[in-house]
Design a binder for this molecule. Structure first.
Ligand code: SAM
Length: 181
């Protein structure tokens, strides 16, 4: 099952940090890529690309201006759409049916206001508790429940650095020469 995250409504400057964090959480918690819509923001794209360069991939980073077309095209290609929203059905009630479904998944997270049509286009509207929190926490919890912890065993390839876990302190293995920085 391939997993992509669609980040709706990115606003330049205002959402820079949180959209970057959506991308970081998507990559670290097992998604294969992120599609950012809203304002085109090369700074966010560059930060995420740099993380992939340094810490490894594969992880795809794309920008698409028209989020509706993205959802419709993915649907047409057989992907199913999961929209994370506090107004949806409780995660624990729906996660098994989402996991059992073998289709690739496009996981949609919003920003300030999500257009009503997203609720209709989604195959599942999923609430990670019925309390407001953030797209980053919602995505991380959802991916962990979807993958049942398998993301903890994911090996990234082609990066420059790899952390060797330590009880205390930091140990980082340099995998290739990064130009002496
Ligand atoms: N009113 C929004 C909603 O529909 O969930 C909260 C806006 S929140 C600032 C931005 C995004 O975080 C939402 O579009 C949603 O993707 C995610 N989010 C926040 N709380 C959530 C929750 N309890 N369950 C699922 N997703 C949530």
């Amino acid at each position: 099952m391939r997993i992509y995250v669609l980040r709706l409504g990115h606003r330049i400057h205002r959402d820079r940090r949180i959209t970057t964090h959506v991308g970081l959480a998507a990559r670290a918690f097992g998604a294969d890529g992120i599609i950012i819509s809203g304002d085109m923001d090369q700074t966010v794209m560059n930060s995420l690309s740099r993380v992939v360069e340094v810490w490894g991939g594969p992880f795809d980073i794309k920008y698409e201006g028209d989020w509706r077309k993205v959802i419709e095209n993915y649907r047409r290609s057989g992907w199913r759409i999961v929209h994370l929203t506090m107004y949806g059905l409780p995660l624990l009630e729906v996660i098994d049916s989402i996991r059992i479904d073998p289709s690739d998944k496009l996981i949609v997270v919003g920003s300030e206001k999500v257009p009503g049509v997203v609720y209709k286009l989604a195959d599942w509207n999923v609430a990670i508790t019925t309390q407001p929190h953030s797209e980053v926490s919602a995505l991380a919890v959802f991916l962990d429940r979807l993958l049942e912890g398998r993301e903890f065993h994911r090996e990234f390839t082609s990066g420059m650095l790899k952390i060797i876990p330590q009880e205390r302190g930091k140990k980082v293995l340099k995998l290739i020469n990064d130009g002496g920085t």
